[in-house]
Write a protein that binds this ligand. Structure first.
Ligand code: GCO
Ligand code: MG
Length: 402
């Protein structure tokens, strides 16, 4: 079998998605997600101009070799653009291998380690009572885990809070929206939010929260300690993770579990946090961490160090990525939880897929491969529409982390 075509499809059914479609001489096709929110066209060019031409004529069965060829062959290693492009190729090749074998991809990864993939949804609201009503909707739908984000009193807008509820779109403007941030006000709000959630929903619901890289280690330690009595499932991205020794300080001060890694793109970004047991959950996912091949390598390293998986699953990761993530989640021994932000109906129509939600769990498709396709005709009706994530400033105007 040989690769005869590698095509990049850009579509905007409400938000932008980049998809790689690989076709073989036997007519088997495979899909890979290549969406890098707000920087989409950089990956499109990397693929179209530098990767697709190199794929033609290659044997699609040689997934590991093609991965190494693209990684080592670029000379310029790692980085979100490179690793997203490699991920798209890798994912498409796993899809092809599954179709060729007549098996869902999770079977090729060693088969099921569990019955279903526990997912968490996003409950958000301007005020704490609004968040509680949103949590109630998820609980009614059967969710066992919910992420809670509330508006910070005194601030015009807060990360994770939006008018849309079951899904929301942070990349919402042609030029980045400017948000304002106040750490003292935020640190007062979060324990109140957790107290209210526990009071209304009791001890069993798993409750998560995303700090979205806004604190320093000492502030994160204080927040973690103040939440312990409400036993959060995790505190996500408490600080930006470039300076990883900062996590030791958080660790020494609190038993609140820590989740990090949605912006990481290689095992080398995760290595220290994992091997020094500075985190509890690793958030890397298929599209931004080099595909199924590389993600599995990260998860295996994590398994050796008591770190469980908690893959990123926001709306900017397409149904192709979600399908692939579910196959990995079902197979790995150290699965923890999967984020599941629902896509819009239109996105689901552009990417028909067989995964399904039932009683708090997602189940991947049983079809051969990943079980997701793209309706190219429909995709073609929604051309690329540039959109940026917001930026964030402190109340005195200084740039902060969004
Ligand atoms: C999450 C993430 C997202 C990101 C988004 C950026 O935990 O779901 O933090 O909300 O901000 O994926 O593109
Ligand atoms: Mg996050």
């Amino acid at each position: 079998m040989r690769i005869i075509d590698a095509k990049v499809i850009v579509t905007c059914p409400g938000r932008n998605f980049v998809t790689l479609k690989i076709t073989t001489d036997e007519g088997v096709t495979g899909l890979g997600d290549a969406t890098l929110n707000g920087r989409e066209l950089a990956v499109v060019s990397y693929l179209r101009d530098h990767v697709c031409p190199l794929l033609i004529g290659r044997d699609p069965a040689r997934i590991e070799d093609i991965w190494q060829y693209l990684y080592r062959g670029a000379y310029w290693r790692r980085g979100p653009v490179t690793m997203t492009a490699i991920a798209a190729v890798d994912t498409a090749l796993w899809d092809i291998k599954g179709k060729y074998a007549g098996m869902p991809v999770y079977q090729l990864l060693g088969g099921r380690s569990r019955d279903g993939v526990t997912v968490y949804g996003h409950a958000n609201g301007e005020s704490i009572p609004e968040v509680l009503d949103e949590v109630a909707r998820y609980v009614e739908l059967g969710y066992k885990a919910v992420r809670v984000q509330a508006g910070v009193p005194g601030l015009a807008s807060t990360y994770g809070v939006s008018a849309d509820k079951m899904f929301y779109e942070p990349a919402d403007a042609r030029r980045p929206t400017e948000n304002t941030w106040s750490t003292p006000q935020y640190l007062r709000m979060v324990p109140e939010l957790f107290a209210a959630v526990r009071e209304r929903f009791g001890p069993d619901l798993h409750v998560l929260h995303d700090v979205h890289h806004r604190l320093t280690p000492i502030e994160a330690a204080r927040l973690g300690a103040s939440l312990e009595e409400y036993h959060p499932f995790w505190l996500e991205d408490p600080v930006p993770a470039e300076l990883q020794e900062g996590f030791r300080l958080i660790r020494q001060q609190t038993t609140t579990p820590i989740a990090v890694g949605e912006v990481f793109n290689s095992i080398w970004d995760c290595q220290r946090l994992i091997t020094e047991q500075l985190i509890d959950y690793i958030r890397t996912t298929v599209v931004h961490a080099g595909g199924i091949t590389h993600l599995r390598r990260i998860f295996d390293l994590a398994a050796l160090h008591h770190v469980r998986t908690g893959s990123h699953g926001a709306t900017d990761l397409s149904p192709v990525c979600m399908s692939a993530a579910l196959h990995v989640d079902l197979a790995v021994p150290n699965f923890g939880i999967q984020e599941y932000m629902r896509h819009s109906t239109l996105t689901d129509e552009v990417f028909p897929h067989g995964y399904r939600f039932e009683d708090g769990y997602l189940h991947p498709s049983e079809e051969p491969g990943l079980g997701v396709e793209i309706d190219e005709e429909l995709a073609g009706r929604y051309p690329y529409d540039p959109a940026y994530l917001p930026v964030n400033r402190l109340t005195d105007g200084s740039m902060h982390n969004w």
